[in-house]
Design a protein around this ligand. Structure first.
Ligand SMILES: *Cc1c(COP(=O)(O)O)cnc(C)c1O
Length: 499
């Protein structure tokens, strides 16, 4: 038995043998140690594993093979748009001219990158129907904060300082209310209408002179297009508030719907979701924000500017006094932005519309096929994702959404998002994306059909799933309360993963 469990294999510490060593450093500097001040030298060497280079390589290659990713299988995690990321975008991001550019390089040596960033801003502005875009925010959540800080600056610039509230529907992503409070507002949660859309009556009742903004996700996290949008935005503007669109679900509407033209004042793009960057493991993302006329003066600085002679430069400090200032170092996560640019240029306008159409088609196909297997609470046409529920299954068999999700792993699938949105009991939020084949979608339906049959015939099989993975069902409460993240020499009953 090893500390991590037999199927994971021994840790590096367990593989360690005194005196074993890794690769050789070519031409080590002479007397390197002698150059370090004596009071900075360690008295004792660190307790690092002593291991040969081939063993080290095998250890990590083995671990990497245990990873589940979009490159190994279907990943229908709703709200996250886990689509296949074209490898050509990776190639572009690794071009040395982009990847090795020093962030402090003077503008005249960075013309290519500046041009790419400027053109990406133009492309996103066109896709969103917005007047201008900032690329600075590092993710959707930071994009929201950027947008709402601009909303605050806008109201304050007009001497309108009594607006303290941001209205957010109850189906929104948790980042929306978090953003409102980080920007100093209080959040007013608005319940959804029975059809899953915004409740116009509840919204208009809550709107007033204290409303700074409303945050709307369209299509919503239920995968539904807000059909009462025009009415809602009119009411918002009538009380002098601004409308923010959470654009995380852009993968459903590109080329079909431009939020800026519909009347939204500000929106963010999750380019790592919509335009191809591997994400989900906490890696870098980008959350550019588009604004309409009213918020342009408040965009973060510095912006990328194009001069009349066609050269590009970064804005200078203080050049735009109303700016909310910097949200992030340099120009943002430029590697992610290069991938987004490559994706947009490779697809073109028609290609992006096709992406959305195919994502919506795939979701509606899955939803229709699953309707006889699980509950599908919202019957109307969905966008890029849809909500299913195991509520009936639970009442008939005691099997819950969590059990279904764990059993899906045995069938070789990454589970969908579960227990979100919070407004649906025993929810599964399923987003197939446009990049999956008909055969994959059918295999997923077949797996769920068999799992539901198992729930009736052999519920214990599901309660104890997964059975095929290196680590079996975890005690999620203990994992959250007593996370065991560090190796310590352990023996017998102390081993963290009983197999
Ligand atoms: C993913 C997501 C966010 C947050 O975006 P990050 O890039 O993960 O910070 C916000 N809203 C919705 C609807 C999302 O799906």
């Amino acid at each position: 038995m090893t500390a991590a469990g037999d199927r994971l294999g021994p840790t590096l510490f367990e593989r360690s043998r005194p005196g074993r060593g890794g690769g050789k450093i070519p031409h080590p500097p002479k007397e390197a140690l002698a150059r370090i001040p004596a009071d900075r030298l360690r008295a004792k060497g660190p307790r690092l594993p002593e291991i040969s280079e081939p063993e080290l390589a095998r250890h990590y290659v083995h671990l990497s093979g245990l990873n589940y990713s979009v490159d190994t299988g279907f990943y229908p995690l709703g709200s996250c748009t886990m689509k296949y990321n074209p490898k050509i975008d990776e190639w572009a991001a690794r071009l040395p001219g982009f990847a090795s550019l020093h962030p402090l390089a003077p503008d005249e040596l960075a013309q290519g990158t500046l041009q790419l960033l400027w053109e990406l801003e133009q492309a996103l502005a066109e896709i969103g129907g917005m007047k201008a875009v900032t690329l600075q925010p590092a993710a959707g959540a930071q994009g929201e904060l950027t947008g709402i800080l601009m909303v605050r600056a806008y109201h304050h610039s007009r001497g309108d300082v009594e607006r303290t509230e941001v209205l957010v529907p109850d189906s929104a992503h948790g980042t929306n209310p978090a953003t409102a409070s980080m920007a100093g507002f209080s959040t007013v949660t608005i319940p959804s209408a029975p059809d899953g859309g915004v409740d116009i009556a509840a919204f208009t009742a809550a709107l007033g002179p204290h409303t700074a903004a409303v945050m709307i996700t369209n299509p919503s996290t239920l995968g539904l297009f807000e059909s009462r949008l025009c009415e809602l935005l009119e009411a918002v503007h009538a009380v002098g508030a601004l409308a923010y669109m959470d654009g995380a679900n852009l993968n459903a509407i590109m080329g079909r719907f431009k939020p800026g033209e519909a009347g939204f004042d500000v929106m963010h793009f999750n380019v790592h979701k919509t335009f191809g960057t591997p994400h989900g493991g906490g890696g870098p993302g980008a959350g550019p924000v588009g604004v309409g006329e009213k918020l342009m003066p408040f965009l973060p600085s510095p912006r990328v500017l194009r001069e009349s002679d066609g050269k590009f430069r970064m804005e200078r400090t203080g050049e735009r006094p109303q700016s909310i200032g910097r949200m992030r170092a340099f120009a943002g996560n430029s590697g992610v932005l290069v991938r987004a640019y490559a994706y947009i240029r490779a697809h073109g306008a028609d290609g992006l519309r096709e992406v959305s159409d195919d994502a919506v088609l795939a979701a509606n196909y899955l939803k229709t096929r699953l309707a006889g297997i699980l509950d599908v609470p919202f019957e109307r046409h969905c966008m890029h994702e849809f909500v299913a529920s195991a509520a009936t299954l639970k009442s008939e068999t005691g099997i819950r959404t969590l059990d279904v999700a764990k059993r899906l792993i045995d069938y070789g699938f990454h589970p969908p998002t579960i227990y979100f949105p919070l407004t649906v009991e025993e929810a599964l939020l399923i987003e197939p994306t446009e990049t999956e084949t008909l055969e994959t979608l059918d295999a997923f339906v077949e797996a769920l059909r068999r799992i539901v049959a198992e729930a009736h015939d052999d519920p214990e099989l599901l309660h104890s799933a997964p059975h095929e993975t290196p680590v079996r069902r975890l005690d999620e409460t203990m994992a959250a309360r007593q996370p065991n993240l560090k190796w310590r020499a352990m023996t017998g009953s102390q081993t963290p993963c009983p197999d």
